[in-house]
Design a protein around this ligand. Structure first.
Ligand SMILES: [Cu+2]
Length: 229
């Protein structure tokens, strides 16, 4: 090969390497774009309660981007009834939100026992498979998999895990009839504003102390509530 040939091969390879490094850095730093803000105010009459249905899955599976093994929340689109990989929502202000969370992930004892306490909900309680509870001792049963918390509204609810020894734990969302716990609770949205919500259980396997990854990327373990008048 001529000198020029070799030189252009070397320069070409160098440029490919630079492009790969830039791409890796950008994908590492990019927290993802906010979802479509699923809108619960369409056709909503003032004062009426709103129902929101989420699910949590231990690994989201294929079809939702480049992280099929990541733990994630999903949201049921109220307009289509389809499960979507989008964790942000537009909610009416000063309204009661009825939450139903289908929890398909396993659990463990909590690092912070306070996360086992139901906080900020109407009645200061939640239900687990139809039974009311105010605090869950994560050293019992299957422990806690995740929390649903809206710090700006004082809301925090533990999501109790399924038995981690089961062989049919969901690994491909949406999870349908696979083993899960149903957790329900209600809270008030209050004044208009933007509120972040998130899971506080460091559940991002493979990341330092379980944070990073799914814990710090939109549409996995957190999202936004846009509360509008
Ligand atoms: Cu979590």
């Amino acid at each position: 090969m001529s000198i020029i040939g070799r030189l252009s091969t070397a320069i070409g390879l160098f440029l490919v390497a630079v492009a790969l490094i830039v791409w890796a850095l950008v994908s590492f730093l990019d927290p993802g774009t906010p979802g479509g803000y699923t809108d619960y105010t369409v056709g909503h009459s003032a004062g009426a309660p709103v129902s929101v249905n989420l699910q949590t899955v231990g690994s989201i599976g294929n079809g939702y981007g480049s992280h099929p093994t990541w733990v994630s929340y999903m949201q049921k689109d109220p307009a289509t009834g389809k499960w979507i990989h989008d964790t942000s929502m537009i909610l009416p202000a000063n309204s009661v939100i009825h939450m139903t969370i289908d929890q398909y992930d396993s659990g463990s004892p909590l690092r912070n026992q306070e996360w086992g306490q139901v906080q900020g909900t109407i009645g200061s309680d939640a239900t687990l498979n139809g039974k009311s509870f105010k605090v869950y001792d994560s050293y019992t049963g299957n422990g806690v998999g995740h929390t649903f918390a809206v710090p700006g509204l004082g809301v925090s609810v533990p999501l109790i895990g399924v038995n981690g020894n089961l062989t049919n734990i969901c690994a491909q969302a949406p999870c349908g009839t696979l083993p899960h716990n149903v957790i329900t609770f209600s809270f008030r949205t209050g004044a208009p504003g933007s509120y972040n919500w998130q899971c506080f259980v460091p559940c991002a396997l493979g990341y330092l102390y379980g944070n990073g990854g799914a814990m710090s990327t939109l549409n996995y373990m957190g999202g936004f509530l846009k509360v509008v008048a």
